[in-house]
Design a protein around this ligand. Structure first.
Ligand code: 0L1
Ligand code: MG
Length: 258
């Protein structure tokens, strides 16, 4: 169990690594701690960003694919906060030098039209969604070589860095359970997957997020953007790269790396 001072110190360490773009050793090397303590550190480090004017605009889910869960030896996905500074415009430019070692993964994002709290059914979760987008998430661990334990990556806000959304579609009868997803780098197919890779159905990611937030008496707000999790492996990017995602029946989003 960490003391409040240790939580603050770790939040400072991870925030400094973020600000200085200087990866650090995983926090648990210094003092081991559990996932719940990781969320306390996450909360404290995001409070530092909020104090600098960065505004919460939604939540991300991570480790939602079986491949990533097996790799980390976990049964549950993790969550992090999305802020205004992370949102890129579609076709926008990612500055490589502003990140430690960015990787990009294809996702489906939801826009909430209504708040969601507690244990909700898939039907209730779907009814709260106003829009669906194709999305790219840029992940960028603040830990050296992406080496971390589960509590570390939770403390680091799920390696979140930036994200880009396609235009929104609102079809009530869209089935998002098994949509083809193609991520291209420089016009060449880099990864192919299905939305089914996200907990078998991306809506389950939203339901799981509500359950996890309920444990800390938190919930989702109308207007929140929810990134449901990577459908394929994340790919590293370098200056000059151009990455796009196309999601069947939804749309396309892209970013450039400078
Ligand atoms: O969005 C994600 O699934 C990333 C979760 C953290 C693990 C990683 O950095 O690969
Ligand atoms: Mg992701």
């Amino acid at each position: 169990m960490l003391t409040p001072q240790q939580v603050e110190d770790f939040a400072h360490d991870v925030d400094e690594a973020f600000l200085r773009i200087a990866p650090i050793d995983k926090l648990t090397l210094k003092t081991p701690f559990g996932v719940d303590q990781g969320y306390l550190i996450q909360r404290a480090s995001m409070a530092r960003r909020a104090a600098r004017g960065d505004v919460r605009i939604g939540m991300k889910m991570g480790l939602t694919s079986r491949a990533k869960m097996q790799q980390m030896g976990v049964l549950d996905p993790i969550y992090g906060t999305l802020t205004s500074a992370m949102l890129m415009s579609d076709g926008g430019t990612l500055q490589r030098s502003a990140h430690c070692h960015p990787r990009v993964e294809p996702e489906i994002a939801f826009l909430l039209g209504k708040p969601l709290r507690g244990v909700v059914s898939m039907a209730q979760a779907w009814a709260a969604i106003d829009g669906v987008c194709a999305a790219l998430e840029v992940i960028d661990s603040r830990f050296r070589n992406f080496e971390f334990t589960l509590p570390d990556v939770v403390a680091d806000n799920g390696s979140s860095a930036r994200f880009v959304l396609s235009s929104t579609i609102r079809p009530r009868d869209l089935d998002v359970s098994n949509l083809g997803m193609v991520m291209k780098k420089n016009g060449v197919v880099a990864e192919v997957g299905s939305s089914a890779a996200v907990l078998d159905h991306p809506l389950r990611s939203l339901v799981a997020l509500c359950e996890q937030l309920a444990r800390v008496e938190d919930g989702l707000h109308a207007g929140d953007i929810i990134m449901t999790g990577g459908a394929t492996a994340a790919i590293p990017v370098q200056p000059g790269d151009w990455v796009s995602v196309e999601v069947q029946n939804i749309g396309r989003a892209e970013l450039f790396v400078a």
